[in-house]
Unconditional design. Structure first.
Length: 181
């Protein structure tokens, strides 16, 4: 995961100063005891690429066993804005991916299992930007998740990870600031 973080930081700092960038914080991540940050870069008059980084920690009961799940993930998105007024704003639709390192811990015996979770999905949302640059965004999406890890006969993996849903639901409540442009 360290090379991914490094590549994201290089991309963020390599942009020209005049480029329009929307820096955002996902306030909705707090619902899962997490943190989500993203930066959105224009690709054209009506399209953009958003790169996000997120962390969540969630306690769940799966098949009568209590687990704590921690997930560090990279979230790339492609967005198409249908009728932007001022750069990347208003209604959009697009696709997203997630790739993350998932750690599940059995609370009863502190056994730990690691996995990689990958998601592909579709999303839609709306972004409002004030003349001063403050932005507010709501988005939602759904996708298909696959989890990789564990070995044949790995009972802890089977209990903790493979029983998680393969459906990915995302809801975003983001606030941020438009830089440049």
């Amino acid at each position: 995961m360290k090379p991914i973080l490094f590549a994201l930081l290089v991309l963020l700092f390599a942009l020209p100063a005049a480029a329009q960038v929307d820096a955002k914080l996902n306030a909705g991540s707090a619902l899962t005891l997490g943190l989500g940050v993203a930066a959105e870069f224009p690709l054209g008059a009506q399209s953009a690429l958003s790169l996000g980084l997120g962390y969540s920690s969630l306690g769940l009961t799966v098949k009568e066993n209590d687990y704590t799940y921690r997930n560090l993930r990279l979230v790339p998105e492609y967005r198409y804005y249908f009728a932007p007024r001022d750069g990347m704003d208003r209604f959009f639709a697009g696709g997203y991916g997630k790739v993350g390192r998932l750690v599940g811990v059995d609370k009863s015996n502190d056994q730990r299992v690691d996995a990689i979770r990958a998601v592909l999905g579709v999303m839609a949302g709306h972004k409002w930007v004030t003349p001063g640059g403050f932005l507010f965004e709501l988005n939602a999406g759904m996708g298909r998740a696959l989890t990789f890890g564990g070995g044949d006969g790995d009972a802890l993996y089977a209990r903790a990870i493979s029983t998680l849903t393969s459906f990915d639901l995302r809801l975003g409540i983001l606030v941020g600031w438009r830089i440049g442009g």
